[in-house]
Design a protein around this ligand. Structure first.
Ligand code: PHE
Length: 351
């Protein structure tokens, strides 16, 4: 075979064009065998024919053929590399993480609305100098009743429908689930000296029919202040201060006279009904009165001061017991206290 120098260019064009349209490994391998194959490759055949060329063109022919071979080998390597890169690129696209996709949300827990409210109440009292302490939920009847001037067979025991612990001591039930946080008045006085200013939060239990404002389990905060010269006006001032901090200045509060064996005089404090604003005779929340009671309070009975070992002619005190669920109802305008403990996330996640 004799091929002149210019036709090397035509061969090269043909080879490169064929390589250009070879787009997978198999096609490239076929191309390699066709052009550079050791046995029958077209370039190989040309190189073999160098010896047969006439003496005068042999050197030029050989150089041209070698150049062509080198050019095709370079082109082959380039093509293989391009193909590898393209394959990697399409893999990267196919398997890519789309970082712009919105993440999967992890549900975040939060404090129960009653816990939130309790903490806000305690913080309001802390600002006024009240320290927080705690007492037992399973309580002696002595602290829950007797020490609070409610002896056995006293009709006032009926004010609290007690859940008793079924353990008999000397033939009698003496333990109960505390019906209020009031036993802590005596517990605190027993172990400290005036001046006393404490708040005692905690769960209380009553065996009673539930309705929109009553639950058989409730959270109370007991308050107690004992010092020289503590007066009813201090009690009112403290509770006004509390109400303003929690509800703002536009909410109205009212004190009514009331009876609790452990205070004298005794009062109840109510806040204006947020549901009907006093206008609804059929309001389930305030029962048409326009007011919702949130706490009982009064001046600590002198007998209790004396029993604690203090001189009641020198020391006086005030106490209050607040229903935290009632406060939570009021601040958020919730119409039924029973929502709090039904564990329905549609309700709980609103707070
Ligand atoms: N312990 C009373 C109750 O549960 C509330 C109260 C506490 C009243 C302190 C007066 C003083 O109803």
């Amino acid at each position: 075979m004799t091929t002149s120098a210019p036709s090397f260019r035509a061969l090269k064009d043909e080879a490169l064009q064929a390589l250009h349209s070879a787009n997978d490994d198999a096609a490239i391998e076929a191309w390699r065998i066709e052009w550079l194959g050791r046995q029958d490759g077209r370039i190989t055949a040309i190189l073999r024919s160098v010896r047969e060329q006439p003496q005068e063109v042999r050197a030029t022919f050989g150089a041209g053929a070698n150049e062509l071979k080198a050019a095709l080998e370079t082109a082959l390597e380039g093509k293989r590399e391009a193909l590898r890169r393209a394959a990697l690129q399409s893999l990267a696209t196919a398997e890519a993480l789309d970082v712009t996709l919105p993440g999967r949300k992890r549900p975040l827990g939060r404090l129960h609305p009653v816990t939130q409210t309790m903490r806000d109440c305690l913080a309001a009292f802390a600002e006024m100098g009240f320290r927080t302490v705690e007492g037992p939920e399973v309580e002696w009847a002595y602290y829950n009743f007797d020490a609070a001037r409610i002896p056995e067979d006293h009709p006032a025991r009926d004010m609290w429908d007690t859940i008793w612990v079924d353990t008999f001591i000397d033939g009698q039930r003496k333990m109960l689930l505390r019906t209020h946080t009031t036993p802590n008045q005596v517990r605190v006085m027993e172990r400290s000296e005036p001046p006393i200013r404490v708040v005692v939060p905690g769960k209380c239990y009553r065996q009673e029919a539930t309705d929109a404002t009553h639950e058989w389990m409730l959270t109370q905060i007991e308050g107690l202040a004992v010092d020289e010269g503590v007066r009813m006006s201090d009690l009112k001032g403290t509770l006004y201060g509390f109400a303003r901090r929690l509800f703002g200045n536009d909410r109205r509060i009212i004190f009514h006279h009331s009876y609790f064996p452990f205070v004298e005089p005794g009062v109840e404090m109510a806040i204006d009904c947020f549901i009907c604003r006093g206008a609804g005779a059929e309001c389930r929340t305030c029962h048409g009165t326009g007011w919702i009671e949130i706490l009982g309070a009064g001046m600590v009975h002198p007998e209790i001061i004396e029993n604690a070992g203090y001189d009641s002619s020198r020391y006086t005190g005030f106490a209050f017991g607040m229903g935290v669920e009632r406060v939570a109802l009021l601040r958020w305008g919730i119409e039924d206290i029973r929502h709090f403990y039904q564990n329905d996330l549609r309700f709980l996640s609103q707070f």
